[in-house]
Ligand binder design. Structure first.
Ligand code: PBG
Ligand code: ZN
Length: 322
């Protein structure tokens, strides 16, 4: 036999020497949920070890990130007040806006990305204004743009629209620029699928739609080519980063996006993916830490530059990147 690939697998040194993929702490983004109140740190039942924090408790939590090397969060707000126009999404004293001001005042070095969507703020749980039982695209763009501007004004380092409305990047870019936020980057949730993997998140954020589903705006899970179209559109509209979501069941899409994108590519390792690992780990059915590491490597190997994951903190605490 002339060719024996096993020659280069004989010990750890040579295996490490030829390793093609590595994950660094710098690429991890930690999603967090903020609620009204004081002294609140409530565990999300379907997401073990993930919490809804009031602003004071959120600050205490973030204070632990520095030594871990955790540098960036993706912030979701859960307001007390919901209505048909998602008014608390773009209120300058909304939960996210106050949280961002508080974080940046205390931890200016923490990179704060704000999710831009309306579902958590709408009484019906959909991602936009409802007309004739469906989300009305163009009027929704105005509210998304207002939301992004209010987040930037509060000090957000980046905005990340997850709404899947057509033309959302253009609408948000124009509004940010008009308000003087020309340097605020936009990370588009470009290829976001109508996925059952968001189930635990909707518990966490109290954002499940009260009627119907999100299939008239989020993508059909059967479509890979269409996902490339969505990525191209966000790129043409000036997205600074494009994202694929969910991750594990969509690695083909991630890989395709990484191939066509000339800007960085993010992947969102979503709530259902997290909860499945946690549940199996708790039962002793898998080696949880090894699975987490393997999943992160899979994202990198498929082409992700940025990994948004609920595992971010534990990865750094447990040193799973070594
Ligand atoms: C809001 C939003 C969702 C997620 C991120 N932003 C939920 C949804 O679209 O239903 C999902 C995140 C996760 O499951 O971890 N539009
Ligand atoms: Zn939404």
């Amino acid at each position: 036999m002339l060719i024996r690939p096993r020659r280069l697998r004989q010990n750890e040194t040579i295996r490490n020497m030829i390793a093609e993929t590595s994950v660094s702490a710098d690429c991890l983004v930690y999603p967090m949920f903020v609620v009204e109140g004081e002294g609140v740190k409530e565990e999300i039942p379907s997401m073990p070890n993930q919490f809804r924090f009031s602003i004071d408790a959120l600050l205490k939590e973030i204070a632990t990130f520095g030594p871990l090397g955790l540098k960036s969060i993706l912030l979701f707000g859960i307001p007390d007040h919901k209505d048909e126009m998602a008014t608390s999404a773009y209120d300058e004293n909304g939960i996210v806006q106050r949280a961002v001001r508080a974080i940046k005042a205390k931890f200016s070095e923490i990179y704060v990305i704000c999710d831009v969507c309306l579902c958590e703020y709408m009484s019906h749980g959909h991602c936009g204004i409802i007309k004739d039982n469906d989300v009305d695209n163009d009027p929704t763009l105005e509210l998304l743009a207002k939301t992004a501007v209010s987040q930037a004004a509060a000090g957000a380092d980046m905005v990340a629209p997850s709404d899947m409305m057509d033309g959302h990047i253009t609408a948000i870019r124009e509004a940010l620029d008009a308000a003087g936020f020309t340097n605020t980057p936009i990370m588009g949730y470009s290829a976001k699928f109508a996925s059952a993997y968001y189930g635990p998140f909707r518990d966490a954020a109290d954002s499940a739609p009260h009627f119907g589903n999100r299939k008239t705006y989020q993508m059909d899970v059967r479509n890979g080519r269409e996902a490339m179209h969505e990525v191209e559109l966000d790129l043409e509209e000036g997205a600074d980063i494009v994202m694929v979501k969910p991750g594990l069941a969509f690695l083909d899409v991630l890989s395709g996006a990484a191939e066509i994108s000339n800007v960085p590519v993010a992947v969102y390792n979503v709530s259902g993916e997290y909860s499945m690992v946690k549940a199996a780990g708790k039962n002793g059915w898998i080696d949880e830490n090894a699975i987490i590491r393997e999943n992160m490597i899979a994202f990198k190997r498929a082409g992700a530059d940025i990994i948004i994951t609920y595992h971010a903190k534990e990865i750094l605490e447990k040193g799973l990147l070594k």
